[in-house]
Structure formats: C-alpha cells, structure tokens
Design a protein around this ligand. Sequence first.
Ligand SMILES: [Zn+2]
Length: 135
Amino acid sequence: MEIVVLQSYVNYVEAHIAKGVLEERGIACWLNDENTVTIDPILTNAVGGIKLMVEKDTAPEAWKILEDLKKENRPACPHCGSKNTELVSTPRKASNWISAITTFFLSSSAIAPDKVNHCFDCGHEFPENETPETA
Ligand SMILES: [Zn+2]
C-alpha cells in the first residue's frame, strides 16, 4: 500500500475539516506533521505544513471530494451562474488549477490584493470580495 500526500495545509482547522470530510466518505486518511505545526507554528514552513495523506489508490476520489467541497463554497459566476469557479491570483494562472486551489486554501490567512474569481464555464472573471466569508 502506497501513501501519498493529497494536500498540505498551513491551517490546522482546514486540515481537520478536509480529513473529516474524507473520513465521512469512507476514505482512510492521516495528518502528518500535525503535532509539529500545532506545537510550534514557526516550524510550519520547515516541515511543509500539515500534510493530508491518503492511500494512492483512493487519491483521485479523495481529490474529487475535496474539489466538490470547495465548489460548494465557491461563489456563483454573476455572468452564467456556474459554480465552476476558482480564486486565482491572476487571470493568467487560471490554467494552473493546482496553483489556483492552493491559493484558495491559503487565501483565508493571507490577503493578496490581486486575486479574482475565474469562471471555467464562460471565462468571466469577477472580484474576490464576492467570496463567502468563512470566519
Ligand atoms: Zn460564468
């Protein structure tokens, strides 16, 4: 059985939410370096954050579940109503979906001024401030 890193988090709460959602769907998963990050947040960058680990065979399904979870929380496109949107740091980076997702996860703790929501269905872009507040 091979274990892979599905996602890494700087935020303890987000890591646990993701873990809880996967476990609810019956996917075995673990958090690595959780203790290090919780005890000494300064070490977070040194160890690469809290890593959500899954079995390699379940990784695609787990990834899709997390994707769907994020889509539920995404703002609807004001142009076409689709929720197939991502928060991206610049419009040019929209094609790099891993980067876009990472940016989305980090965005609650780090405010970057030049982010937009990109709609993958119609290509419309709209301001970040339409993102639902999670705090
Ligand atoms: Zn749209």
